[in-house]
Design a protein around this ligand. Structure first.
Ligand SMILES: Cc1cc2nc3c(=O)[nH]c(=O)nc-3n(C[C@H](O)[C@H](O)[C@H](O)COP(=O)(O)OP(=O)(O)OC[C@H]3O[C@@H](n4cnc5c(N)ncnc54)[C@H](O)[C@@H]3O)c2cc1C
Length: 359
């Protein structure tokens, strides 16, 4: 079993609801559960330093989240610095060798990537590992961005194209992992779930979303439904892998049942490692008997309790989920380039359109 499988398949402790915002705050209701229960020893957060020149280059290129890579002295840091240096080269800054990016955007078009491995995560979700063209290549994605998958069903006039957010780290070399939920009659997710290792999929990217930069906001709220967790997890990786980034993160994650909660051990790990900065609140439509968390859909009452208030300075809320959830929370975006009007619960709560980003 691979490392990925171990983390996803780990006998998940039941995810418990907490109404306490952070470890330093007093609980307002509900007993503390397992997900954020243990506080790691002081110094649990990694230490490191930044590199102004390269970070500036990354910023110039719109690689907003690049700062998180500077985990000084770690192999990941070395790899990532190379990646940023590579970006710096493109704007004429001093060159050095760096990892090549598989997906470079622009007029590159689609790459045909080979499916290397498939793992079943739960009753409707699989993890797909796609091989990058060369073993020493990184995906080329920055935070936050997605990839576009393309597939032409037999006899169809037009291909189907859908965005996905990889769950593997941006500095991972040689492959890229996608976590995909299957929808009945959904052409792309059904096609992917039918694929077997050795087959190929057309993938293009990066599709830029919200460019992250360290400490861009003081506190962000992530409101996710189902696979809507994947772009949120990408943001979390950018923030919590960067010792210079002190952003507070509150996640509200809605699912049908407990087995649908994706990335639960990874999220529990974040809660345990960063209790003062990361809180997760789980909402289940069909909770088990012993569930202490919120029930039903994500609602105004819960959001009022856990999210930073609209008047708080420099906050941002991110929303991603199924159409029904988007409609109720914020309204959906009109198109990838048009965020559409802010409506729904977040508007009623007094947030302004520029405080909300719809993935
Ligand atoms: C930025 C972004 C990142 C995404 N990342 C991922 C990811 O990492 N993994 C993943 O599995 N999906 C992700 N999605 C959703 C994905 O793009 C497709 O919408 C999904 O795979 C369904 O495609 P389909 O062709 O199979 O079905 P479709 O024909 O598009 O839809 C089938 C049915 O499912 C409903 N539906 C569509 N999308 C969703 C949704 N997100 N949640 C609930 N119901 C839905 C539709 O209303 C329809 O009833 C992402 C979406 C966006 C916008």
């Amino acid at each position: 079993m691979t490392m990925f499988a171990r983390s996803v398949f780990r006998a998940a402790a039941p995810v418990r609801q907490q109404y306490r915002k952070y470890a330093t705050e007093t609980a307002t209701s509900s007993p503390q559960g397992t997900a954020g229960g243990s506080v790691p020893p002081a110094g649990g957060e990694p230490k490191g330093s930044s590199n102004g020149l390269l970070y500036g280059a990354a910023a110039a290129l719109g690689l907003g989240g690049a700062g998180y890579y500077f985990l000084s002295g770690t192999p990941a840091a070395k790899k990532a610095e190379e990646k940023i240096q590579d970006a710096a080269n493109k704007v004429g800054l001093p060159a050095s060798s760096g990892p090549k990016a598989a997906l470079t955007g622009g007029d590159q078009g689609f790459l045909s990537l080979k499916l290397e491995d498939v793992e079943i995560v739960n009753h409707n979700t699989k993890r797909f590992r796609f091989k990058l063209p060369e073993d020493d290549m990184v995906s080329g994605l920055h935070v936050a961005s997605a990839v576009l998958a393309k597939y032409k069903p037999e006899g169809a006039e037009k291909p189907v194209m859908r965005p996905y957010t990889p769950i593997s780290d941006e500095d991972t070399k040689g492959y890229m992992d996608l976590l995909i939920k299957k929808y009945e009659n959904g052409p792309m997710s059904t096609h992917l779930h039918d694929m077997v290792p050795g087959q190929r999929l057309d993938i293009k990217g990066p599709l830029p979303k919200y460019p992250w930069a360290e400490n861009k906001h003081s506190h962000i709220g992530l409101i996710a439904g189902g696979t809507g967790i994947s772009p949120m997890f990408q943001l979390c990786r950018a923030i919590f892998n960067n010792p210079n980034d002190k952003t507070k993160v509150t996640l509200v994650f809605g699912n049908v049942s407990e087995e649908d909660v994706l990335l639960k051990s990874e999220l529990a790990h974040l809660e345990n490692t960063f209790p003062n900065r990361f809180r997760a609140f789980y909402v289940l439509d069909n909770p088990p008997k012993e569930w202490n968390g919120a029930k039903g859909f994500i609602n105004k009452e819960l959001l009022k309790t856990v999210l930073p208030e609209p008047k708080t300075e420099n906050i941002k809320l991110f929303v991603c989920g199924p159409p029904g959830m988007m409609k109720s929370i914020s309204g959906d975006k009109k198109s990838p380039r048009d965020q559409g009007e802010l409506v729904g619960i977040l508007k009623e709560m007094g947030y302004s359109p520029d405080q909300v980003y719809k993935f």
